[in-house]
Design a protein around this ligand. Structure first.
Ligand code: CTP
Ligand code: CA
Length: 217
């Protein structure tokens, strides 16, 4: 379905995509994580590459193949993801799809033993990578965040757009079976308003978002 022109629409552009969860170690054998298959982010990275962009995909732990033409950098924690994103700049566009864990644990050097009683975990806030890019002197010209919400989807996405200095927030309602599933139902929150898309296959969401990015540049 790729038209000849489509394959060149993003030629010469560098686009940064984050995807997947982050894993935050509790001790050498355990971690806390966000629920994310990485499928939406990988589909977006692939769609952008098919339109000719140079794509850097900073990915948390997932079991997905690298899309054709995409340069993947694998990370585990939010702090590693923040460093990899900073190192990948400059970029014309950034699409932050990763489900980043909001906190990390003060890591125990040794495996916590069950016999020592239930441990209490002390959590420390992770860097907000999208917000860091939003306030950076190297801010990509088009900065796109995602927001997975279970209620008041548009209101939360609008608040995040402002707080993180993003251009668009792609809000998805994850109260159903979106996590790990094939389809996604999204709302694009921009400066001028909200555009709601029908429930679509994640690859079709990716293709349309890539077209919309090309239109905006
Ligand atoms: N994000 C990020 N770094 C973080 C947390 C979130 O880059 N440490 C990005 C996500 O990749 C996403 C957007 O910010 O593009 C919104 O993430 P979300 O978890 O919905 O926002 P939070 O500000 O963490 O708010 P919440 O309390 O709803 O989790
Ligand atoms: Ca969060």
């Amino acid at each position: 379905l790729d038209g000849g022109d489509d394959r060149e629409r993003l030629a010469g552009r560098h686009i940064l995509v984050t995807a997947g969860p982050t894993h935050e170690p509790i001790d050498p054998v355990r971690y806390i994580a966000n629920r994310s298959s990485g499928r939406q982010g990988y589909a977006i990275a692939g769609a952008l590459a098919r339109m000719g962009a140079r794509v850097t995909l900073v990915s948390g732990p997932v079991s997905l193949p690298v899309p054709a033409g995409v340069d993947r950098i694998e990370v585990e924690t939010a702090r590693e993801m923040a460093n990899a994103v900073a190192a990948a700049l400059p970029a014309d566009v950034a699409v932050m799809v990763a489900a980043v864990a909001d906190w990390h644990v003060e890591e125990a050097a040794h495996k916590i033993k069950k016999g020592d009683g239930a441990p209490s975990l002390s959590l420390v806030e992770n860097p907000d990578i999208l917000q860091m890019l939003g306030n950076s002197p190297k801010r990509p010209k088009l900065l796109i965040g995602f927001a997975a919400e279970t209620q008041e989807v548009i209101a939360h996405a609008t608040e995040k757009r402002a707080r993180k200095n993003a251009d668009w927030i792609v809000a998805n309602d994850v109260s159903g079976d979106v996590m790990g599933g094939d389809a996604n139902s999204v709302h694009i929150v921009t400066e001028t308003g909200v555009e709601s898309w029908d429930r679509l296959d994640k690859h079709e969401v990716a293709r349309r978002l890539a077209e919309r990015i090309a239109d905006a540049l």
